[in-house]
Structure formats: structure tokens, C-alpha cells
Design a protein around this ligand. Structure first.
Ligand code: PLP
Length: 296
């Protein structure tokens, strides 16, 4: 069938997929989403995504209309119906229609799953690495929304747009104390003297599924990793840096505000983690067709 939307149990083509104008997801951004990636027909780390969504639903007091098993089955069904081997999956839940704005018990939660073909970012980007800037927007580590993937995504989109206006690919966000939090749509890692450093979740960041994989892999690769408060200077003076998210996996971060990070190209630890991540994905899915990681 190709690209489709699964809405509350029924599959639709994108042209015929609609939801109510009164859905609280639209009225207030009152909902959550998860972005997942399909390799060789298998959804990578589906359970971790469902767990993060369940934690977000607890924070927002959204009563899911489907059990964990039903939700898992719905996502798998939508992917199977699409027939797509390599895909992007966006699972969305909203509080549904009804109730006054602060009446959180109102409405009947709605579930939507969007599946469309996705084969990865252009390989050149992995060779050059991303250029980043500092966003004017700050991450508010005191907001419950900082650590969940809510439909209120405009802080991120505005920061991403700032990056694009400045001719960069991603924007780095500080939190309200002026320490590093994350990027507009990815988590941040830096390399210092052979150690991997990343801000802790309490800095006000989304606990990324890819970030969790990197933390796991650092242990198996024997790399020292620490989650700690990081300053902007630690990024600009880092030996290497990289960004992580489900769709782009591990992306070298080679420039910040027009200046190179380290030598300004993909470093050895970034390469090692990229290789380890791709091996992990291949082991957990039947995904093939990764671009090869070119050696200098
Ligand atoms: C703000 C933000 N941080 C981090 C991430 C990375 O999360 P994950 O690795 O689960 O894709 C994302 C993903 O879109 C994001 O939007």
C-alpha cells in the first residue's frame, strides 16, 4: 500500500486521512508522538519508544485507549500494511475531542500512525558532519515538557529554522542555567581526551532512544562515558562531537558557529560509535543497505 495513516483502527491513504478540528492535539498541542525507524521491515527499539510514550502519557495524564500490547500490535500492523521495508513511523496520541482546556480527564484519546518510506539522510552529510549554531531559544529544564516528546514542538521547530536561516543544519540549545541541553531534534555528545560526555536528562532534554543506545554501546566498547553538566566552552573545545536521533542515527557535528570542532571532520570515536550503532541495528533488525563508513 505504501505511505499510509492508521487512525483509530483504520488505514487511510494520506489524501483521505482526517481528524477533527476540535481534537485537543490541534487546539492545545495536547498529545505525544514518537518517531521510529524501520529497517528491513522491523521497527528498531519499538518497545523503548512505547515505554517513553507511556511515561509521557503519565506526565500529561492521558488515558490511552489501547493497552501497551494493542498499541504495539497497531504499530506493527500499520508497518506491515504499508509493505515498506525502510520507513519512518510517527506514532501520535492526542487527548481527543472535548472538555475545557484544563479538564484533563475529558476526551477520548486518539491514536494515529503515519508510515512513509525513508531510507536515511544523504551520505555526504555523514562525511562532512553537521554545521550548528547556538539557538536563541532555551530549553526550560523546569518544564515537564522538556523531557517528553509532546506535540508542542514549536520551540524545536523555531530553533531548527534559526539554524537554517544561518546556513547551518542544527541548533544547539542551552538550558536556563546556560549549560548545554541538546539540539533542536537530537541529543548531543562530545569527546574529550577519549571520554564521551553528554548532558544528563535533568539538564532538560529528551531522553533519546538513540542516546540510550550510545550509552549502552559505550559500555560494551569499553569507552568511558559520563552524563554531567556541560558548558558551551566544552563543546567548542571538544576533540569531537556528534548528534543522535532515531532517523539520522549518529551524525558527526563538525562545526559550531562557523568554527571547526576539533579537526573539523569526523573523528575516530565518532566513527567507532557509528560502526557499533550500525552493527547493533543490523543485529536487532534484518536491516541491510547501510551506507558504508568511508575511511580516510
Ligand atoms: C528535542 C529532541 N531531542 C532528542 C531527540 C532524539 O531522540 P531519539 O533518539 O529518541 O530519536 C529528538 C528526536 O526527535 C528530539 O526531538
Amino acid at each position: 500500500m505504501g505511505e499510509l495513516l492508521w487512525i483509530n483502527g483504520t488505514c487511510h491513504s494520506p489524501e483521505e486521512a482526517y481528524c477533527s478540528c476540535l481534537d485537543r492535539g490541534l487546539l492545545y498541542g495536547d498529545g505525544l508522538f514518537e518517531t521510529m525507524r524501520v529497517y528491513g521491515g522491523t521497527i528498531f527499539r519499538l518497545e523503548a519508544h512505547l515505554r517513553r510514550m507511556a511515561q509521557g502519557a503519565q506526565v500529561l495524564h492521558i488515558q490511552l485507549s489501547l493497552s501497551h500490547q494493542e498499541l504495539r500490535h497497531a504499530v506493527q500492523t500499520a508497518v506491515a500494511r504499508s509493505g515498506l521495508d525502510s520507513a519512518y513511523v510517527r506514532l501520535m496520541i492526542t487527548r481527543g475531542v472535548g472538555g475545557r482546556p484544563s479538564e484533563l480527564e475529558a476526551g477520548s484519546a486518539s491514536v494515529m500512525i503515519w508510515v512513509r518510506g525513508f531510507g536515511g539522510y544523504p551520505e555526504e552529510l555523514y562525511q562532512q558532519g553537521m554545521r550548528t549554531i547556538l539557538a536563541a531559544t532555551r530549553r526550560n529544564e523546569h518544564s515537564p515538557l522538556a523531557r517528553i516528546k509532546s506535540l508542542n514542538y514549536l520551540d524545536n521547530l523555531l530553533a531548527g529554522a534559526e539554524a537554517r536561516r544561518a546556513g547551518a543544519d542544527e541548533a544547539i540549545l542551552l538550558n536556563t542555567t546556560g549549560m548545554l541541553a541538546e539540539a533542536s531534534a537530537s541529543n548531543l555528545f562530545i569527546v574529550n581526551n577519549g571520554r564521551l560526555l553528554t548532558p544528563a536528562v535533568r539538564a532538560g532534554l529528551l531522553p533519546g532512544i538513540t542516546r540510550a543506545c550510545v550509552i549502552e554501546l559505550a559500555a560494551t566498547e569499553g569507552i568511558d562515558l559520563s552524563q554531567e553538566p556541560l558548558s558551551l566552552e566544552q563543546l567548542t573545545e571538544a576533540d569531537e562531537a556528534f548528534l543522535t536521533n532515531t532517523l539520522m542515527e549518529i551524525m558527526p557535528l563538525t562545526r559550531f558557529a562557523g568554527q571547526p570542532i576539533g579537526a573539523g571532520y569526523i573523528g575516530p570515536l565518532t566513527k567507532q560509535m557509528t560502526r557499533a550503532y550500525r552493527t547493533l541495528v543490523a543485529a536487532e533488525t534484518s536491516g541491510t543497505g547501510f551506507p558504508t563508513l568511508h575511511e580516510e
